[in-house]
Design a protein around this ligand. Structure first.
Ligand SMILES: CC(C)(COP(=O)(O)OP(=O)(O)OC[C@H]1O[C@@H](n2cnc3c(N)ncnc32)[C@H](O)[C@@H]1OP(=O)(O)O)[C@@H](O)C(=O)NCCC(=O)NCCS
Length: 330
């Protein structure tokens, strides 16, 4: 029996109301709008309300994706939430979202932690489970409340990240050569020490001292990460293009992880694809980790930058280190 295609039936996103500008940050730490803009391309980011949990944001994005797809929550039998900032360590954010959305209790629901590559990893997982024939419709959500794990006294990290959610509904199609054409995923755990949250897990549970030292916040070696991000994203993009016999100039739109405009510009140069073929919204959201690609995907679709027949390339990189790419025909 030929394998059925997995297609994106709808997309949605949600950004919290509160905007934190670079100017606002300059009142909080020793930084400036000029420094942040020239080093990262970020102008502002969204910050979730104190009582707004990742599950709340995920539900808002999911409802928009379901509306877009014309699919009811009752039809979902697989729900994957990519996140490094779930509501709580246990149970999974996906379980909380399942209940809030009204997804049936017969659905498989779980979280996936692959940091900023989380959405591409989850997309691959969902598509593999759908093509197994045991699931029919999947909801894949990327959501982060990174503001809750940022050290607001550390200018080297707090200016880079933001909160938000993006979602996609995925189904099966008998039409060949559409939907998810392929994925490449990779990991380099040797560099786990470049981007991490050291405390609050089980190896080093939170203590009064660790909280005072803000050890439950994101720590990063930015310069090293920058170089590895460019190399890994370039390589994974080249690998997937080669694997599927696609030339870079056949890609209508690249949706890269939105960490830093300079990283995206470097990939554009390496792939010899002009910046017009790259979707960029890092200026408005900063780095929203697992939410970054699904938010960008939703905005790209709604702004008419993706048309039927187009080839889109997703490219991600994140803590782990993890990286991955996905090729989609619309
Ligand atoms: C973090 C990053 C923006 C720094 O840019 P950079 O070009 O490497 O930084 P520069 O070398 O120009 O500047 C470093 C200096 O700026 C200072 N600096 C850091 N953050 C600053 C800020 N927000 N405002 C002002 N100065 C800052 C540093 O203390 C350092 O000062 P020093 O030279 O006196 O030690 C960049 O390395 C980066 O984006 N890395 C990737 C991070 C990332 O995307 N992580 C997530 C991956 S999923």
């Amino acid at each position: 029996m030929p394998t059925r295609s997995t297609v994106i039936l709808g997309t949605g996103s949600y950004a919290p109301e509160r905007i934190l500008s670079n100017e606002d940050l300059a009142h909080m730490v020793d930084t400036s709008d000029e420094w942040i803009r020239t080093r990262t391309g970020i102008r502002e980011r969204r910050i979730a309300a104190p009582d707004e949990a990742p599950s709340d944001m995920g539900v808002r994005a999911a409802q928009r994706a379901l509306d877009d797809a014309g699919v009811r929550p009752a039809e979902i039998d697989l729900l994957i939430v990519a996140t490094v900032t779930p509501d709580m360590p246990m149970p999974a954010c996906a379980c909380i979202i399942q209940h809030k959305l009204g997804v049936p209790t017969t659905a498989a629901c779980f979280d996936l932690n692959a940091a900023c590559s989380g959405f591409v990893y989850s997309l691959d997982t969902a598509c593999a489970m759908l093509t197994s024939g045991r699931y029919r419709k999947a909801l894949v959500i990327g959501v982060e409340k990174l503001s809750a794990v940022l050290d607001w006294q550390d200018r080297t990290t707090c200016v880079l990240f933001g909160d938000g959610a993006g979602a996609t509904v995925i189904g099966l199609s008998d039409e060949p050569n559409v939907g998810l054409i392929g994925t490449r995923l990779g990991t380099s755990g040797a560099e786990a020490n470049l981007l991490y949250i050291s405390h609050g897990g089980t190896r080093s549970p939170a203590t009064t001292e660790s909280i005072a030292a803000r050890d439950h916040c994101i720590r990063m070696k930015g310069k090293e990460i920058f170089k590895l991000a460019v190399r890994a994203m370039d390589e994974t993009a080249r690998d997937i293009l080669e694997q599927h016999g696609v030339r870079a100039d056949q890609i209508s739109l690249v949706i890269p992880h939105q960490a830093n405009l300079r990283i995206i510009e470097a990939i554009s140069q390496y792939l010899e694809l002009p910046m017009e073929r790259f979707f960029v919204n890092v200026d408005r959201y900063g780095n929203t980790s697992a939410a970054s690609i699904p938010i960008a995907l939703d905005e790209a679709r709604r702004s008419g930058r993706i048309k039927a027949g187009d080839l889109t390339l997703l490219v991600a990189f994140g803590a782990g280190l993890t990286y991955g790419s996905a090729l989609i025909r619309w």
